[in-house]
Design a protein around this ligand. Structure first.
Ligand SMILES: NC(=O)c1ccc[n+]([C@@H]2O[C@H](COP(=O)([O-])OP(=O)(O)OC[C@H]3O[C@@H](n4cnc5c(N)ncnc54)[C@H](O)[C@@H]3O)[C@@H](O)[C@H]2O)c1
Ligand SMILES: O=c1ccn([C@@H]2O[C@H](COP(=O)(O)OP(=O)(O)O[C@H]3O[C@H](CO)[C@@H](O)[C@H](O)[C@H]3O)[C@@H](O)[C@H]2O)c(=O)[nH]1
Length: 418
């Protein structure tokens, strides 16, 4: 199995050295001549621990920098694109280096099957909507070329490139054909990490899921420091230290991860009112907290977004079964419960046969919202009998336990419970 890597920056050099260390013959290329020159002199042109030692160990053996481009491409099974994808003026990703690299690769004639792998960070749908059509257009003139595709986003951090690459938490591979998958399987097996095969868009999305969570947490922390500053007399540093003592940050798996899951919005007596109250207090003190305001907006917007999914697939005269009424499982609290808003929106959309079942909150819900024209069912089996399709809004264990039964009908699992 031979590998070519295009782009020898933080990601490309680390990737090349990682594969070379695992024993694959790896050809490295960069359009930056001075970068290549220094690498050939065993000098890593940026600060990154460990890379120099591995460079010295592998160069001329499994890591090759002076093989002609054409020979390397002809001899490669997997070609990794690790070029830069910088930000354009309008915020979109500049894919110029990527497309130039692909053109160079395709200019080499060969009949060998090869996988073209985007390791550079590219927005979801880039491979399916831009790269593959681009390649197909070029190949229309050279039908002998056999190319497979894969997306293999990289999660390494600068400063820890080597450790992160050689001992990855997980490897994500977006691949949609068997031959390419087999090649990537061989390439990544020696790393001993979990390998997740997904489709192209999902692989690309996972990379952004990761980076935007990080950037959102950082901006959240910064916004909170600005709110604290506006209100005054708050020990911001201590406040954050104490925040971090919440046990949900620790453990394996850390409990905090149950907050990073999509669903139908947060509800209950605390998160909605407290988020709104801090927005209001910050504004009174002259600071407009844009993230917290956006947070409230998103919590509102998720409900019509989900209701539209039902509307798109279910006729209004169908009987709908609502699974769960409380704001979260193991509680009968129905104050500001997302199911209430969702049921109201379904009623507005013309769904008039709504049946509902909650393991413990039917009475509570009926008492709080007596005017909602819905029928309560005493058991899950009764609801299942009545409903043509179901909308799961609270992630009760009972629903998980009866997954087999529930899934015999259409279920909109808006808590990702099943
Ligand atoms: N830096 C990180 O920590 C990191 C981590 C994960 C993912 N990424 C992503 O990986 C990609 C590369 O990032 P980087 O930090 O390594 O960038 P970088 O700028 O350090 O390196 C990119 C290299 O590609 C070279 N190049 C451009 N066009 C080429 C071509 N046609 N053929 C050969 N070489 C070519 C450039 O000369 C440059 O040396 C980006 O999409 C980035 O978003 C970066
Ligand atoms: O509490 C924090 C933590 C970080 N930062 C800043 O966040 C930025 C990014 O930091 P870090 O994530 O350590 O750096 P990167 O090397 O850019 O790595 C990120 O970006 C890579 C490229 O996509 C991903 O592969 C990594 O998983 C992801 O962590 C830096 O400016 C840090 O100073 C803060 O301001 N506050």
């Amino acid at each position: 199995m031979n590998i070519t890597v295009l782009g020898l920056g933080f990601v490309g050099l680390t990737t090349s050295l990682g594969f070379a260390k695992k024993g694959f013959k790896t050809y490295g290329f960069d359009i930056n001549e001075s970068r290549l020159k220094s690498l050939k002199k065993h000098h890593v042109p940026f600060f990154e621990p460990h890379l120099k030692e591995i460079l010295i160990e592998t160069i001329g053996n499994s890591f090759l920098l002076d093989v002609p481009f054409e020979d390397a491409i002809k001899n490669s099974d997997a070609i990794f694109l690790c070029v830069g994808t910088p930000e354009k003026r309008d915020g979109s990703a500049d894919l110029t280096y990527l497309f130039n690299g692909i053109e160079q690769i395709l200019s080499v004639p060969t009949e060998k099957f090869q996988v073209l792998i985007t390791k550079s960070t590219v927005p979801p749908s880039t491979l399916s909507k831009e790269v593959i059509p681009f390649v197909n257009q070029i190949l229309a003139e050279n039908s002998n070329r056999k190319i497979g595709f894969a997306s293999n986003p990289e999660f390494l951090r600068e400063g820890y490139c080597w450790e992160d690459f050689i001992r990855p938490d997980r490897v994500v591979i977006g691949v949609e054909d068997e031959k390419s998958k087999e090649i990537l399987d061989i390439v990544y097996k020696p790393f001993g990490a979990p390998i997740h095969y997904v489709n192209y868009n999902t692989a690309e999305f996972i990379k952004y899921l990761s980076n935007t969570l990080l950037s959102t947490m950082i901006s959240y922390a910064n916004e909170m420091s600005m709110i604290a500053g506006a209100i005054g007399d708050i020990e911001t540093k201590r406040a954050f230290q104490i925040l971090h003592e919440d046990k949900r940050w620790y453990g394996d798996p850390a409990g905090i991860r149950s907050y990073v899951y999509p669903g139908c919005g947060y509800g209950g007596y605390c998160l909605p009112k407290d988020t709104a109250a801090l927005v209001s207090m910050a504004e009174k003190n002259g600071y407009s907290p844009s993230m917290l305001k956006a947070n409230l907006e998103v919590n509102k917007g998720i409900k019509p977004f989900l209701v539209e999914q039902v509307v798109a697939e279910v006729e209004p005269n169908a009987s709908l079964g609502i699974l769960g009424l409380s704001f979260k499982p193991n509680s009968d609290d129905v104050r500001i419960t997302p199911p209430k808003e969702i049921i109201e929106q379904l009623l507005e959309k013309g769904y008039s046969n709504i049946y509902a079942y909650d393991p413990i909150s039917n009475e509570e819900f009926k008492t709080h919202y007596p005017d909602l024209p819905i029928t309560y069912m005493d058991t899950l089996d009764q609801l299942y009998e009545k409903a043509e399709c179901m909308v799961l809004l609270t992630g009760w264990d009972e629903f998980k336990e009866k997954k087999g039964l529930l899934q015999q009908k259409k279920v909109f699992d808006f808590r990702y419970t099943l």
